[in-house]
Design a protein around this ligand. Structure first.
Ligand SMILES: [Fe+2]
Length: 314
């Protein structure tokens, strides 16, 4: 997709001019990438052939149907997110967290996701990236699917982009009323007090994250919760003084061994950060296993989730 000059200038002002150029170049690379890319681009997300191979193996083993049913059985999880410096007015504030939606994966999955979030009580919503099933081509099908999901979500919804998402998808989300954070922060007000939701661009494939830029919009002693697609920049997030970090990307492994042991997590981070609740120093973290699938719409020993985080003072 080509952007108007005014759109490019606005994006550069938000995420940084050099990082915008880097992202646009990598988006072109992703579209031009061969079927079996090499080096750092060699991730399971890009191995289109592996999807067909896994599909064939599951079919031959008679597991295709159960894997798909598992993928559509989305669980609602409750989690207490204990944040240092949380203003008293935000005690009990609830955040609905969806990650790795891969929302254009099919009609039955979209219906299951809409049904899962409909009627969930929460104050705001955060979406931690990977809205598309594929990594190239038009974002229009994903944006059309998001337009059907968003009426079931709170009016106050923040998002960051993942390694599957292009800037066209980000602008499409904003046209639907979602505040997409591209190395930015936004204040939330409640009871005369404020806290911040900050968000960085994808640190896994695009590497266009800028934690200092995102943190610059937060007062030095303020309580800020970071949205990142991947848990990978957890050390830098803690060093920049974020009280908490919400992320996804790993899918918890998606296809796991009994006991939920992942075969692959696709993240340069310790395995203890690959799913659920974790802590690094004083920073509280949570990695969603995601509500969707990539490569193949199947899950084993790793049910998909949407999560309600209830904020508490640490
Ligand atoms: Fe994903």
């Amino acid at each position: 997709m080509s952007f108007r000059e005014a759109e490019l200038a606005a994006l550069a002002a938000r995420m940084g001019e050099q990082l915008l150029r880097q992202r646009l170049a990598r988006e072109r690379d992703a579209h031009l990438a061969p079927a079996l890319p090499v080096g750092e681009v060699l991730a399971a997300h890009h191995l289109r052939g592996s999807g067909r191979a896994i599909h064939l193996v599951l079919t031959l083993c008679g597991l295709r149907g159960v894997g798909r049913r598992n993928a559509h059985a989305i669980e609602l999880r409750q989690h207490a997110l204990k944040l240092p410096r949380l203003p008293a007015a935000f005690e009990g504030f609830t955040l609905l967290h969806l990650s790795d939606l891969h929302i254009d994966a099919g009609e039955r999955y979209l219906q299951a996701l809409v049904e899962r979030v409909q009627g969930v009580s929460c104050d705001a919503c955060v979406l931690t990236g990977d809205f598309r099933f594929g990594t190239r081509g038009s974002s229009a099908p994903a944006i059309a699917a998001l337009a059907r999901l968003l009426p079931a979500l709170p009016a106050t919804t923040f998002a960051v982009l993942g390694n599957h998402d292009d800037l066209a998808l980000g602008l499409g989300l904003e046209a639907l009323g979602v505040r997409v954070l591209m190395n930015e922060a936004e204040a939330l007000q409640r009871g005369g007090e404020s806290m911040h939701i900050a968000g960085i661009d994808d640190a896994h494939y695009f590497r266009t994250h800028d934690l200092a830029r995102a943190r610059a919009g937060v007062p030095p002693d303020g309580c800020a919760l970071l949205l990142s697609h991947t848990p990978q920049p957890y050390r830098e997030a803690a060093a920049h003084g974020f009280a908490g970090m919400l992320c996804g990307h790993t899918h918890g492994g998606q296809i796991c061994l009994p006991g939920g042991i992942p075969l692959l997590t696709e993240a340069r981070a310790p395995r203890r950060l690959a799913r659920g609740s974790w802590r690094f120093g004083t920073m509280a973290g949570y990695t969603s296993v995601g509500c969707g699938c990539s490569i193949v719409d199947a899950r084993f020993f790793c049910p998909p989730e949407v999560t309600v985080h209830t904020l508490q003072r640490a």
